[in-house]
Design a protein around this ligand. Sequence first.
Ligand code: FAD
Length: 309
Amino acid sequence: MPSEKDFNNHVRSGISLAPMTTFGIGGSAGYFAELDSKEILEGLFKWSRKENVPVFAIGGGSNIVVADEGIEALVLKLSSNGSFGKIDFTVEDDKHIAVVGPAVPSAVLLRRTAEAGFSGLEFFAGIPGTVGGAVACDAGGRFGRISSALVGYEGFPYAFGKQDKGAYWLDKTRDAEDFLITEVVLKIEPAETAVVNTRIQEILDYRRKTQPEGVKSAGCIFQNPPDGPSAGELIDKAGLKGKRRGGAEVSTVHANYIINSSGATAFDVIGLALDIIEVVQEKTGVKLALKVDIWGESLEELISRRGYF
Ligand SMILES: Cc1cc2nc3c(=O)[nH]c(=O)nc-3n(C[C@H](O)[C@H](O)[C@H](O)COP(=O)(O)OP(=O)(O)OC[C@H]3O[C@@H](n4cnc5c(N)ncnc54)[C@H](O)[C@@H]3O)c2cc1C
């Protein structure tokens, strides 16, 4: 258990999560702590078990929609100061690896990897957020995914029980959703910095041409179906570009983006996403699935009331 001083130093109540998300939407966390040590993390897990308060992790907030009324949970943000922000390039069993703290922004890891003369993480180009969030969401797309570079990771089980002593080392087959990630190991390959930078630039150019810039969003809101046209193509074909609900709007640049164009609520965003699912299913027979994570009971209720989940 954390000492009372540690607890009071780290845990705050009623902190708004909206500024910590790229949508800029959402209410407050019942409890919120930013921390830079595994000892304090372990203490907070023990506290949450004793008090029966669920634990959530937030990274860059670029793949979540937080309910307007907030969440009754302990939301933990790992600070990039200390070990949660480290980047080490090393060799293990004759293979080059990067040992990375979960709080490192993916863009920073990509730049440092290229500068150090390694390739293998170029798929990160243009993806916001942190390395911990990227593992939890298996970030990537047409240029590759983090799961192909992942060797393994270390994490605290969210269901932290009396028998648990601290973090576990886990191979890549374990479900990252069950753990709060505290360290990540990624495969990398020696490469010329100039070659890696050219590839990064190509990916960024592609993204600039096809995706909206400077807007509040969580990137693509739906997963692409396993085969056939992409979610964006289906939404476009259904004539939904520019469709609005409150302050939320389907991007006219990329139909798989919902943007917070003018003071949208979480209800606007998820309501619009559900409208899209219904129309696309009606017109094409394909049922789209949300890609973003949903935080909060009211949103879960809204989704199940409209027949999803
Ligand atoms: C403009 C834009 C473009 C995007 N493009 C892409 C893209 O091309 N491909 C893609 O996959 N995604 C994309 N995204 C979505 C998002 O950026 C990625 O999924 C990103 O990797 C999420 O990281 P994050 O740190 O922001 O996670 P958050 O949004 O903070 O969290 C997402 C999930 O990860 C969990 N999480 C966060 N940190 C940890 C941790 N340390 N341990 C355990 N769980 C954790 C959270 O609990 C939550 O469930 C885009 C988003 C935007 C805004």
